[in-house]
Write a protein that binds this ligand. Structure first.
Ligand SMILES: Cc1cc2nc3c(=O)[nH]c(=O)nc-3n(C[C@H](O)[C@H](O)[C@H](O)COP(=O)(O)OP(=O)(O)OC[C@H]3O[C@@H](n4cnc5c(N)ncnc54)[C@H](O)[C@@H]3O)c2cc1C
Length: 407
């Protein structure tokens, strides 16, 4: 029996034995798309990630190698990069896109360059995201496009109150808005949808405002633009309720990606450093409660609010299935999408997809060096999310053992 955070309660195991709900313990279905070799690589990787000291040392040396320009691609490419990234560019990600689509899982190409700052680099990131919009527009194997606003703007601009901009900052901000608008307009024209990722609270107000403006402009008939709400923040339930209210008044449709949030430690440290109240919930239970209430709110207002549920939490995914069933919402309702990251929680992704739910994987891609901050975050997240790595590992081991028995 499982124990701890991401482990399953007896009640949850019972739910999974309900024939109408997906069974996240079906490892055969979960890993059918992976070869024995892929599984062995996954096992080794999650074994290593389950040792926090090793992840800390590995992250330190990876950062150092990046800083002093050491070639580390040979070590990264066949290991963490192969597990969590699709390839160096859209064309190289084709194998992953094809593999996912054989199991009815769609791709969300996520250009994973972080920490770019020069104006030309921001323009290049925008051009790259437009490529993903273009790829998605011609190919039903793709679901959404996605971008991080910090990839299109200097953080200092996002951080500053617009009413205090200098003339130069105002110009920089207008360029940011132009980049974001070009992506949203191209998505609308292509008949697709685009997710705007959420980031740290100190830049999030500008992102929220920009996302709402874009929704107001492009979401008149359907949800083209999706904003993101992080429920480790204690103010986000009110935030999405307020957003839905304003959308009704102004007659546009809200698209919202619901997540728990990825920057908890950073948020708490900064709040402590500058002595302001932490924006983070008091505990995990409070985050879970608001996450569930938000999902429920979206389902109850589906005509106005479309839901994109991004989580690796088994209970949250099952709960959403249950809530949909209870309300008579069909599994393939276009207004609801489930999503996980490439290389993580395949048992959730593929078992949901096999029951007809709309499921999509974020497929990060980009040059290895530029993907390094993302990969370090993935490694750290897998170490810090209680029980998650051991769950991934346990299920991979179970599948390897099952295949051995069969041979
Ligand atoms: C498809 C997808 C898209 C994503 N997009 C974004 C994004 O745009 N922005 C973003 O920030 N993150 C994003 N994430 C990451 C996400 O926010 C979580 O960090 C990650 O998924 C882990 O949460 P969980 O719900 O999967 O799992 P769980 O294991 O159920 O939850 C872990 C999370 O709970 C919260 N938590 C843990 N301990 C506490 C505590 N003591 N008090 C309060 N809260 C606590 C933290 O947010 C932690 O990450 C995305 C994730 C996915 C799968």
């Amino acid at each position: 029996m499982y124990k701890g955070g991401a482990y399953l309660s007896l009640q949850l195991l019972k739910k999974m034995s309900n024939k109408n709900l997906p069974d996240f313990r079906d490892t055969e279905r979960a890993f059918r798309h992976l070869s024995d070799r892929d599984l062995s690589r996954g096992r080794l990787l999650f074994e290593l990630l389950s040792r926090p000291w090793l992840v800390a040392i590995g992250s330190f040396f990876a950062r150092l190698a990046l800083f002093i320009n050491l070639p580390i691609g040979w070590a990264i490419r066949p290991t963490v990069y192969a597990q969590f990234c699709g390839g160096e560019d859209v064309a190289e990600s084709e194998g992953t896109i094809a593999l996912l689509s054989t199991r009815n899982v769609k791709t969300i190409l996520d250009y994973s360059a972080e920490g770019v700052d020069a104006e030309e680099e921001l323009d290049m990131t925008c051009a790259e995201i437009l490529k993903t919009v273009n790829a998605a527009s011609q190919d039903p194997r793709h679901a959404f496009s996605v971008f991080k606003p910090s990839g299109l703007s200097h953080n200092s601009i996002l951080e500053k109150d617009a009413s205090k901009f200098t003339a130069q900052e105002q110009e920089a901000w207008e360029r940011v808005v132009r980049r974001v608008r070009s992506i949203c307009a191209a998505t609308a024209e292509a008949g697709g949808s685009v997710l705007i990722d959420a980031e740290e609270t100190w830049i999030q107000d500008s992102i929220d405002k920009l996302a709402e403006d874009m929704m107001s402009d492009f979401n008149r008939d359907r949800a083209v633009v999706f904003t993101t709400a992080q429920f480790y923040r204690h103010d986000r339930l009110d935030f999405i309720k307020g957003l839905a209210f304003r959308a009704k008044e102004a007659d546009f449709i809200v698209g919202v990606k619901v997540v728990r949030g990825a920057y908890m430690e950073k948020e708490r440290q900064r709040a402590e450093k500058y002595a302001y109240p932490s924006p983070i919930q008091v505990d995990k239970a409070a985050t879970d409660a608001d996450f569930n209430s938000a999902v429920e709110f979206c389902l109850d207002n589906l005509d106005r609010v479309n839901l994109f549920c991004g989580t690796h939490n088994e209970e949250s995914n099952l709960k959403l299935c249950e809530m949909m069933m209870k309300r008579g919402i069909s599994a393939d309702d276009k207004r609801i999408t489930f999503s996980q990251l490439l290389g993580m929680s395949d048992p959730i992704t593929f078992n949901l997809a096999s029951q007809g739910y709309n499921v999509a994987k974020y497929v990060p891609y980009g040059p290895i060096r530029e993907a390094m901050p993302y990969l370090i975050r993935r490694a750290k997240e897998n170490t810090s999310v209680a029980g998650q790595t051991s769950r991934e590992l346990m299920l991979i081991q179970a599948e390897i053992a099952r295949r051995k028995r069969q041979h």
